[in-house]
Each structure stands twice: as structure tokens, then as C-alpha cells.
Design a binder for this molecule. Structure first.
Ligand SMILES: Cc1cc2nc3c(=O)[nH]c(=O)nc-3n(C[C@H](O)[C@H](O)[C@H](O)COP(=O)(O)OP(=O)(O)OC[C@H]3O[C@@H](n4cnc5c(N)ncnc54)[C@H](O)[C@@H]3O)c2cc1C
Length: 173
């Protein structure tokens, strides 16, 4: 289940081991201080959601641990290949989780990389550079799609979390 709120969005799912995973995606400047050690604050934040909290309650679950804080930002290598190496999957580019691009990109880059290596081994010197260029195009396309996805949420356009995601990614970051 996904729920958009003013300062970000929530994601909750059942895992194979019957545990419940609850994530909140936001920006560091909107997160309460020391949230990673504050179970009470985390429970309060979950409690303030409209759908996620009801869903958790109706399934008979309780939030028993504070959250682990981790970066889920979009990062990529400007150049995903060199003379005798290339990067694939998350090592080359990791996308905003809302895009759900992680698995498909891992598979796509795996395929593309294998073909590039095969070509390079048969004397096509530009194959690795061409792979890196295709990846850069993929990042640009993702950037456009990401803005379209975030633009669909029209209730919170006043909030910087949503405003920031209307701007192209800063390629110098
Ligand atoms: C909580 C969570 C939820 C996600 N949900 C989704 C989703 O719903 N849909 C989606 O598309 N994507 C999702 N993703 C993203 C997706 O899982 C990743 O983008 C994808 O798995 C990347 O694949 P990869 O092969 O590049 O890297 P990984 O899957 O991370 O594989 C890298 C492997 O290399 C191993 N390794 C690391 N270092 C070494 C070393 N030195 N020697 C040997 N092995 C090493 C690691 O143990 C790991 O097994 C999610 C990610 C997370 C963390």
C-alpha cells in the first residue's frame, strides 16, 4: 500500500516471513531529529496516516521498532564504463523507489553489459562507451518520467517535498 502525505509518501507491505515492512520516503530536512531511536515518534507518524495506519491495525499488527534511516535518493555514475570495466544495476544507477525501476534496470543493464563485453572482446572498441551512453539516456528518460509521476499528486503542490520533484535532477549533484 502506498499513501502520499504532505511531506513525502508511505509504503507498507507484508514480507514473506509474515513481518510487516513500513517505509516513509521524505527529505532529511523534513524528518524529526533522532527519529531512528524514537519509537514513540515513529508510532505517532504512522498513526497520523489515513490509510496505512488503518490497514496495519486491521491486519492486527503493531509498530514495535523505530525506523532504520537510509538514503533512497537517485544516484548514478556519470560514466558507467571505462577501458576495462563497466557497472551494472544499482552499482551504475539507483532510482527513486516510487519509479519501481530497480529490478528491471538491473536486468536491462545486465543484458546490455553482457552484449557490450561480447562486442568489446571481438574488437568493437566503442562498445563499452556506447553502453555508458545508453545508460545516460536511460537516466534522462527516468528523470522525465519521475517528474510526471510526482506531478500526479496535486493535493500537496505547496509543499517543498513535491515541489523539489518537479525540477529536473541536478546532474552535477
Ligand atoms: C527495501 C527495498 C525494496 C525494493 N523494492 C523494489 C521494488 O518493489 N521494485 C523494484 O524494481 N526494485 C525494488 N528495490 C530495488 C532493487 O532491489 C534493486 O534495484 C536491485 O536489486 C538491484 O540489483 P543489483 O543486482 O544491481 O544489486 P543487488 O540486488 O544489491 O545485488 C548485489 C549483490 O552483490 C553482492 N555483493 C556485494 N558486494 C559483494 C562483494 N564484494 N563480493 C561478492 N558479492 C557482493 C550482494 O550481497 C548482493 O547479493 C528495492 C530495494 C530495497 C532495498
Amino acid at each position: 500500500m502506498i499513501e502520499a502525505v504532505e511531506g513525502g509518501w508511505w509504503y507498507a507491505t507484508f514480507l514473506a516471513n509474515r513481518r510487516l515492512a513500513v517505509n516513509f520516503y521524505s527529505d532529511p530536512d523534513f524528518m524529526p531529529r533522532r527519529l531512528g531511536t524514537r519509537l514513540d515518534l515513529w508510532q505517532q507518524m504512522v498513526g497520523e496516516t489515513r490509510f496505512i495506519s488503518r490497514w496495519i491495525e486491521s491486519a492486527g499488527y503493531q509498530i514495535s521498532d523505530p525506523p532504520r534511516i537510509a538514503s533512497a535518493g537517485t544516484v548514478w555514475l556519470e560514466n558507467a564504463a571505462g577501458p576495462d570495466w563497466l557497472a551494472v544495476g544499482d552499482a551504475a544507477v539507483s532510482f527513486d523507489p516510487l519509479s519501481a525501476h530497480g529490478m528491471t534496470t538491473a536486468l536491462w543493464t545486465g543484458n546490455e553489459a553482457a552484449e557490450a563485453v561480447a562486442l568489446a572482446l571481438t574488437g568493437h572498441g566503442a562498445a563499452l562507451d556506447s553502453y555508458a551512453a545508453r545508460l545516460r539516456l536511460g537516466v534522462e528518460q527516468y528523470d522525465r518520467e519521475r517528474r510526471q509521476i510526482y506531478a500526479r499528486e496535486i493535493r500537496f503542490t505547496h509543499h517543498p517535498f513535491w515541489q523539489r520533484r518537479q525540477k529536473p535532477i541536478d546532474h552535477r549533484a
